[in-house]
Write a protein that binds this ligand. Structure first.
Ligand code: C5P
Length: 236
């Protein structure tokens, strides 16, 4: 599939048209940002690693009846995906307290919880992707209540599948962010990516952070962390 007209550039990926109006090419870059773009840098080969990591994870999810935008990996940095209209929402799942929740509510990072926490954020750079609830989302025309029900139902399944998969690899899935979109048939699909950019992964034995927190907080070994996730997933 040939790369067509440039559509859009995000913080970590670019989007291109193809000869098929329902398909796009997603190009993974090495660019890294944190704090809503306040910190900028590059992580060597991140695009290559994240393309393969997302490919493995989305294939595993598809095998478990989760509908995703992923069609096929084209090369090191490019994926063929279904064209979707992204819901301007970020769905965040927390299995262990960390990150913005630890900071916002004054809870120690690593605190275990008995229930899974689902958060909704409005994808809006200007306002720093603020936390909203279902009523806000519906009032702002971001999604309907029915669409949100479906999104949460699929998100719960994704969390169970990912937790199990990463547990087998000796990794704790602390939290993650996912995005959904609608294709031309009106189907709701998991879109975007699932990578160390969008998840918190802690090594089960050493508790070493194997994700973008290494970049966010200048912890060093950034590339190695992404490579470690890539290796444990059995990427080639
Ligand atoms: O920062 P916070 O604790 O809210 O992030 C929760 C999870 O969502 C983390 O795994 C983080 O990497 C991910 N996230 C993301 N993109 C954002 C916000 C959060 O991938 N814009």
């Amino acid at each position: 599939m040939k790369m067509g007209k440039f559509i859009y550039e995000g913080k970590a990926k670019q989007l291109y048209e193809t000869s098929d109006k329902d398909l796009v090419i997603v190009h993974y870059k090495d660019d890294a940002t944190a704090g809503n773009g306040a910190k900028k840098g590059t992580i060597l080969n991140k695009g290559v690693l994240n393309n393969e990591i997302t490919t493995i994870i989305f294939k595993m999810l598809e095998e478990n009846n989760i509908k995703t935008h992923f069609v096929e990996k084209l090369n090191d940095r490019d994926q063929l995906c279904q064209r979707v209209k992204i819901f301007p929402l970020e769905v965040i799942v927390r299995n262990i307290i960390a990150g913005s929740m630890a900071k916002r509510l004054g809870i120690t990072e690593g605190t275990k919880i008995n229930n899974t926490i689902f958060e909704l954020c409005y994808k809006n750079d200007e306002y720093g992707d603020p936390l909203i609830n279902n009523d806000h989302a519906v009032a702002l025309n971001l999604a309907s209540y029915e669409e949100l029900d479906k999104i949460y139902e699929v998100t719960m399944k994704i969390n169970e599948l990912l937790k199990k998969k990463f547990e087998e690899l000796g990794i704790i899935l602390v939290d993650f962010k996912i995005e959904f979109g609608k294709n031309s048939k009106g189907e709701i699909l998991l879109a975007d990516e699932i990578t160390p950019d969008t998840c918190r992964f802690w090594d089960m034995k050493t508790m070493k952070k194997l994700d973008k927190d290494r970049f966010r907080f200048d912890l060093g070994d950034v590339e190695d962390a992404y490579l470690e996730i890539f290796r444990r997933l059995g990427a080639k």
